[in-house]
Design a protein around this ligand. Structure first.
Ligand SMILES: Cc1cc2nc3c(=O)[nH]c(=O)nc-3n(C[C@H](O)[C@H](O)[C@H](O)COP(=O)(O)OP(=O)(O)OC[C@H]3O[C@@H](n4cnc5c(N)ncnc54)[C@H](O)[C@@H]3O)c2cc1C
Length: 402
């Protein structure tokens, strides 16, 4: 929109250093030419565009913080991707912020040497398999997937064995249909201190191993370009060398989720920027009663509410990025960011959809896709409700989750 201010109304982008600003501009140019023209078609057909991976990798934006960029930059990268296509941003986030970051944080020297370079440059792709058919919000306590340590020579249980056998099922796993590797979470069958099955462990599982079967989740109304899978593990044998040595409890998993949850909150920002972009353009161009929609006071009020929501969400995220830079962002702060931004997002995309009238429900005008994709953001990485209750617990000292 020539001459009009951007949705980054308080110029958060100006807080980036010049190198970061230039990189963000490079990303924008890539998204405008390689993603924007095709994103609705991929979404309508529920097809993942694997052919873009080499170009995406060439941007060298995998795990920006590991490359010396600020956390604000890392967040704005995800927001900017989401602004153009939520599905591509989600692919990127699952692969880089969950799989690759896990390798950085918890991989052994051998695992890093074997996988990190290929994963960071998207020559191999990864997934993060935590949720189960029977356990979403309560997966920490309810996890049913089991890992039993064995000797590969005898196939028998062996507390000091060189292999593990995995059995169980996972659901909703992003990139799950095509990934080369997945990080699988399972409960160690050996008894914990209370005599019940013990610690949660993480395994790098080669998706082509015998006993792994995966099927695509069909008929989604959100993130249709992302390939989510149901995955079953039936006596899958994994080497002890493929266990994440750094993971010994669900607390370790939570440390990982804290980082990716922040990125999902940035997605809620990107979703609002997208809704504002599309709604404003429509309001300026679409004419009813002989004048542009933008001339109606109610439409202006709706647009300003959308902008205010987006700017407030960005403000919260920019401060959270500073806390991250200082190593001080804790889970309740992250949970508040996720719940607040996703609530604002739901209002913002609903207003945007309404401004487009009937055209707001067909993907040809982009808004329908933005509206629908927001629902996935609302639910994944801890639903709105669960994140709200994490904050509620922190500020009252009383848990209302269980
Ligand atoms: C598009 C998409 C992609 C995903 N990608 C992945 C992935 O890559 N890897 C992965 O492991 N998982 C993934 N997930 C799973 C996601 O993390 C779960 O959907 C999420 O944790 C919620 O679990 P659930 O869907 O089983 O809902 P449930 O836990 O069954 O919850 C249903 C409803 O009840 C509410 N609820 C539950 N418990 C409480 C409570 N104590 N108090 C109040 N309300 C409550 C929830 O907020 C929700 O509204 C993905 C999900 C989606 C939709």
């Amino acid at each position: 929109m020539n001459g009009l201010p951007t949705a980054d109304f308080f110029a958060f982008e100006s807080l980036l250093d010049p190198k970061e600003q230039a990189k963000l501009a490079e990303l924008r140019a890539f998204l405008a030419t390689e993603i924007a023209p095709y994103a609705s078609e991929w979404w309508n057909k529920a097809e993942f565009p694997a052919h873009i991976l080499p170009k995406l990798a060439a941007l060298e934006l995998s795990t920006p913080a590991q490359r010396g960029y600020s956390n604000l930059f890392a967040g704005l990268v995800i927001a900017e991707m989401t602004r153009v296509d939520t599905s591509i941003a989600t692919f990127f986030l699952v692969h880089h912020d969950l799989f690759v970051e896990s390798l950085y944080g918890f991989g052994s020297a051998g695992q890093k040497e074997r996988l990190l370079e290929d994963a960071a440059s998207l020559r191999i792709t990864g997934a993060f398999a935590l949720t189960e058919p029977g356990h979403g919000s309560d997966v920490a306590g309810g996890m049913e997937t089991r890992a039993r340590r064995i000797s590969s020579a005898t196939g028998k249980s062996d507390a000091g064995g060189d292999a593990w056998v995995l059995n169980g099922a996972k659901r909703w796993i992003g990139n799950g249909t095509f990934c080369d590797y997945m990080l699988v979470w399972a409960r160690d069958e050996s008894a914990g201190a209370d005599g019940l099955p013990g610690a949660v462990r993480g395994f790098i599982v080669d998706a082509s191993l015998p006993g792994v079967s995966r099927s695509r989740i069909e008929n989604k109304i959100a993130l249709r370009t992302v390939q989510n899978a149901d995955i079953v593990f039936e006596d899958v044998q994994v080497a002890e060398a493929d266990r994440f040595a750094g993971i010994n409890s669900f607390e370790d998993t939570n440390r990982l989720l804290r980082g990716s949850r922040i990125m999902v909150a940035w997605q809620a920002v990107g979703q609002q920027l997208a809704a504002f972009d599309v709604a404003r353009q429509y309001a300026v161009e679409r004419r009813q009663f002989g004048r542009p929609l933008a001339k109606f006071q109610l439409i202006q009020q709706q647009l300003v509410t959308m902008l205010g929501n987006a700017v407030a969400s960005m403000g919260m995220m920019a401060r959270l990025a500073q806390l991250q830079d200082d190593g001080a962002a804790d889970m309740p702060q992250v949970a508040l960011a996720k719940s607040y931004t996703s609530a604002r997002m739901r209002e913002t995309v609903a207003l945007g959809r309404s401004i487009l009238g009937g055209n707001g429900i067909v993907t040809d005008y982009r808004m329908a896709k933005i509206f629908a994709d927001a629902e996935a953001i609302f639910t994944y990485e801890g639903s709105y409700e669960i994140n709200t209750l994490i904050v509620g617990r922190a500020v009252t000292g009383v848990s209302a989750i269980v």
